[in-house]
Ligand binder design. Structure first.
Ligand code: SME
Length: 183
C-alpha cells in the first residue's frame, strides 16, 4: 500500500543511500501502476524529499521534476512540455535543442551543468538556479535508436550542485521510469 512515509529520509544518510532509497521506493510504487503522470509525480516527491534530507549543496535543490515529449509537437518541431514537479512554477514548453533540457532531449545524453551561466542558451525559468542536471528518459534503446519520452530536470541554487553520483543514480531512475510506465 502507498504510504507517505516513503518520502521520509533519515537524517545523516549519504547521497548514495538517499538515491538507493529513492530507487527502492520508486520500484515499489511503480509495481502495478504504469501511468506516467502518477509515477512521475511520486518520483518528483521522492527526489525532492531526498535532497532536502541531505547536506549542502543537495539541500539547495530548488526544482525537481520532469518535462515530457509534447504529443502535439511530434508532427511539427518536437518540444517538451512541463510534467510533474516540486518547486516553483516553470516554463511550460521547451523546444528540442533549446536550453539544458532541450540539449538533453535532442542529444539523448545527460547534461551536467556546474554553472548555468556558462551554458549557452540556458533558459532561466528561475534566476535562483545556479547549477542543473538533466537526464533523458529513452524507451526502446535495444538495437535501433531509442525514443525520447521525457527528461528528469533538477536545479540547484548553489554552483556545482551535482556530480557523477547524481548522474549515476538519476540515470538508473531514468531507466526504471522508461520501463515502468506506459508512455
Ligand atoms: N533551466 C532549464 C529550463 C527548465 S527549468 O530549469 C525548470 C533549461 O535551460 O533547460
Amino acid at each position: 500500500m502507498v504510504h507517505a512515509d516513503a518520502s521520509n529520509f533519515a537524517e545523516g544518510i549519504t547521497k548514495e543511500q538517499a538515491y538507493t532509497q529513492v530507487l527502492l521506493q520508486a520500484e515499489g510504487l511503480f509495481d502495478g501502476q504504469r501511468n506516467w503522470v502518477c509515477n512521475l509525480a511520486n518520483a518528483a516527491s521522492l527526489l525532492w524529499h531526498a535532497y532536502k534530507s541531505l547536506p549542502s549543496p543537495s539541500n539547495q535543490v530548488n526544482w525537481a521534476g520532469f518535462y515530457v515529449l509534447d504529443p502535439k509537437s511530434i508532427q511539427s518541431k518536437p518540444q517538451l512540455i512541463l510534467g510533474p514537479f516540486q518547486g516553483k512554477v516553470a516554463c511550460q514548453t521547451i523546444a528540442f535543442g533549446k536550453g539544458v533540457c532541450g540539449a538533453a532531449a535532442e542529444s539523448q545524453t545527460t547534461q551536467l551543468v556546474p554553472d548555468v551561466e556558462q551554458f549557452p542558451g540556458h533558459i532561466a525559468c528561475d534566476g535562483d538556479s545556479r547549477s542543473e542536471i538533466v537526464v533523458p528518459i529513452v524507451v526502446g534503446k535495444d538495437g535501433e535508436a531509442g525514443k525520447l519520452v521525457a527528461i528528469i530536470d533538477i536545479d540547484c541554487a548553489d554552483l556545482h550542485g551535482f556530480d557523477n553520483v547524481d548522474k549515476k543514480y538519476l540515470e538508473k531512475l531514468a531507466e526504471l521510469l522508461a520501463r515502468s510506465c506506459d508512455w
